[in-house]
Design a protein around this ligand. Sequence first.
Ligand SMILES: Nc1ncnc2c1ncn2[C@@H]1O[C@H](COP(=O)(O)OP(=O)(O)OP(=O)(O)O)[C@@H](O)[C@H]1O
Ligand SMILES: [Mg+2]
Length: 377
Amino acid sequence: MTPTSASPLEPIVGSAAIVVCCGSGGVGKTSTAAALALRGAELGRRTCVLTIDPAKRLAQALGLDLLSNEPKPVSGKGLPTAGPGSLDATMLDMRRTFDGIIERYARDEEQAERILANRFYQRLSSTLAGTHEYMAMEKLYELHESGRYELLVVDTPPTRSALDFLDAPTHLNELLDARALRLLIGPAQRVGRTYMAGLNFATNTMARMIRRLTGSELLAEVGEFFAAFEGMYDGFKERAKRVYELLEHPGTAFVVVATPDQVALREAAYFAGRLASGRMPLGALVVNRVHRAAPVPEVPAEALERLQGDGADGRLLATLLEQHRALETLAATERRRIAGLAEAVPGASVVEVPLLADDVHDIPGLRRLGAHLFATA
Ligand SMILES: Nc1ncnc2c1ncn2[C@@H]1O[C@H](COP(=O)(O)OP(=O)(O)OP(=O)(O)O)[C@@H](O)[C@H]1O
Ligand SMILES: [Mg+2]
């Protein structure tokens, strides 16, 4: 018999200061983040989960609504009320977080107001790819600095690629680098054909975005935005640097979530590699929604045939056995793929969570998910 060992996630939620759940779209990041946070609270830690776009029913269960940019206690059935542990939840409001940064780094109120009222800024702060990820990190940093929590569990946005999350601060900084953009802004202040021509030749992401986003009436505001932004860039850059430092800190653990399909697993392996090369600590790999098939005795083909000709009960049994065999095949394929992942990321702990019969949309659901996340192997 193999010795039983505790789930690698147990010590993580028991001692890490920050847990970042990442992975590709739809794999279970939000559910996992909430389940990990709940466990942290149950282990007696002052915990906050920072969610991003949780499904409506889960948001309700966590007591979140659109006005939850600030953490609020999760008050639900069976949450720890006695003892030191507590669970708060917050939902990222990208726009308000971005506004907060502008207010912080602006030279004075007037500069902040000019930027906040700028229509280009308003578009930028709610639509620019990568802004969401950047704001999640920003909010994380802010909550960490506040010292209110012992454990912060961060969900990440449903990006196409989990890597977008790590790259976001760098991207955004490049985009907002006023120095690099000066060439572009110069003509913008003249607003006209020359400017558009300049944009058409420009290859950088910001230029592409400006081209896509702005109607001609907004072009003037683009120039004004960068003029107003002047001088704030260094603050942004400094801040991003500190966020990266926080992510590299040994008190941080990344939990990479995937499903047992090829694409998600490959992405998880790639992400783990990126973490390693960036010296960011990988806590564990979670493979979620794994199909399991309880073993049933092998049924010989002739027996199946006989069953099929054996009245309604026999046919039902034959159908069930056939479906079960398909499930066994799927489960075996998934086992092979997961073993491949473990090989691709040597030394990483892999935690498997089966496909549950129901969505994870309330506190009992989080506990059911948690029972698998924290099961002893
Ligand atoms: N083990 C599981 N069994 C069954 N359903 C699950 C399981 N884990 C998560 N789910 C469900 O799968 C759906 C997606 O989960 P979740 O919202 O956590 O994914 P996500 O990675 O945060 O998605 P997105 O990238 O869109 O933010 C949800 O409806 C959730 O309830
Ligand atoms: Mg999500």
